[in-house]
Ligand binder design. Structure first.
Ligand SMILES: NC(=O)C1=CN([C@@H]2O[C@H](COP(=O)(O)OP(=O)(O)OC[C@H]3O[C@@H](n4cnc5c(N)ncnc54)[C@H](O)[C@@H]3O)[C@@H](O)[C@H]2O)C=CC1
Ligand SMILES: O=C(O)C(=O)Cc1ccc(O)cc1
Length: 314
């Protein structure tokens, strides 16, 4: 397939450049290769060891540490680095981007990433930020797999005035990778993801930390008796520290808003426990059970952070 032949029915790119080749970048590479979505895949990353590993795994066709060389002649560039590095990467690649290229990312945060990247991108490219709501607690090029995006959402947040054809081409690419695509504003994305993904990760990091402190008192009991719920939290709390540090540093307003609401609601439950208010507890648990059943009924469970359901890969 060539770039000129690509249509929403026959999606794909001529030269697809992936900057960053960890869990998400390498899953895109594997998926694009498996589904014939690029004539050529160019891979660039910051560390020579990671690039060498990508080469050993055969993830692409061209490998370079030079981001400018990587983006030359690319009709699509996808940046898959921790969100705190998005601006620096955009600054490096900006001068080398070809006219008409689609530039995208996969960051878990959108408003701040758009603010970091947009000033460095020339007017002659189409900037279509994206977030595949699909992942695992693993990271690095070995962790990716071609099916990661199957039946998962990919959210696009194109700035107002973005060429609809570029949005359609990137949507078609993500659909061909297996995703369901939805478009929204970056600000709305950040609020939704704060409560559905970012706060759950913060809670997991916190509860495992609290339990680890207890463990020093009770020796190995926390691990020994850890039943379903806690084990699932430990999976989430094993997620990459750099990536998650960046998410919390770059989605502060939405995370603080949702954390405030969460803490208020937690106090209500704490009060109910303290005063033996079984009615409040029962009502709350009944409501949340109905929400879970509703999610399963409409087949949307893959869209939510899935504490423990994703099979371990890589
Ligand atoms: N891990 C997950 O479950 C998901 C992650 N995301 C987003 O995807 C992005 C990448 O995450 P992962 O692939 O999980 O991370 P990862 O840690 O597996 O890979 C990150 C890659 O970026 C490279 N890198 C870091 N800084 C760089 C720089 N300045 N220039 C070039 N390369 C650089 C690293 O060497 C590595 O290859 C993040 O923005 C994250 O928020 C989105 C959906 C799910
Ligand atoms: O591993 C899990 O359960 C996840 O929640 C993966 C994940 C992490 C970050 C995202 O932005 C999207 C999905």
């Amino acid at each position: 397939m060539t770039a000129t032949e690509a249509t929403p029915e026959r999606p794909g790119f001529h030269r697809l450049t992936l900057i960053g080749i960890g869990l998400i970048g390498s899953s895109i590479a594997r998926g694009a290769r498996a589904r014939g979505l690029a004539d050529e895949i160019v891979i660039s990353t910051r560390r020579p060891e990671t690039l060498e590993r990508a080469r050993e795994l055969g993830l692409g066709d061209v490998y370079t540490l030079d981001p400018l060389e990587a983006v030359a002649g690319a009709d699509c560039v996808i940046v898959s680095v921790p969100v705190g590095s998005s601006g620096a990467v955009a600054e490096m690649i900006g001068p080398g981007l070809a006219a008409g290229a689609i530039v995208s990312d996969v960051g878990s945060v959108k408003a701040d990433v758009v603010a970091q990247m947009a000033p460095h991108l020339p007017d002659h490219v189409h900037f279509v930020p994206a977030h595949p709501v699909a992942g695992t607690e693993h990271s690095g090029p070995d962790a990716g797999f071609a099916e990661l995006f199957d039946n998962k959402w990919c959210i696009l947040t194109p700035p107002p005035g973005t060429d609809p054809e570029a949005v359609a081409r990137l949507s078609a690419f993500w659909r061909a990778l297996g995703s369901k695509v939805e478009t929204m504003t970056p600000e709305h994305h950040d609020m939704v993801l704060a409560i559905t993904s970012h706060i759950p990760h913060l809670i997991a990091y916190n509860i495992v930390g609290t339990a680890a402190d207890l463990e020093t008192v009770t020796e190995s009991e926390v691990i020994k008796f850890s039943a379903g719920g806690f084990r699932d939290f430990t999976r989430i709390a094993a997620s990459d520290p750099t990536m998650w540090r960046d998410v919390f540093l770059h989605n502060r307003p939405a995370v603080l808003e949702m954390l405030g609401r969460f803490i208020e609601d937690l106090f209500v439950l704490q009060r109910a426990v303290r005063f033996g208010d079984g009615e409040t507890l029962f009502r709350q648990f009944t409501e949340t059970r109905a929400i879970r059943r509703g999610i399963l009924d409409i087949g949307q469970d893959t869209a939510a952070p899935d504490f423990g359901r994703t099979p371990k890969k890589g």
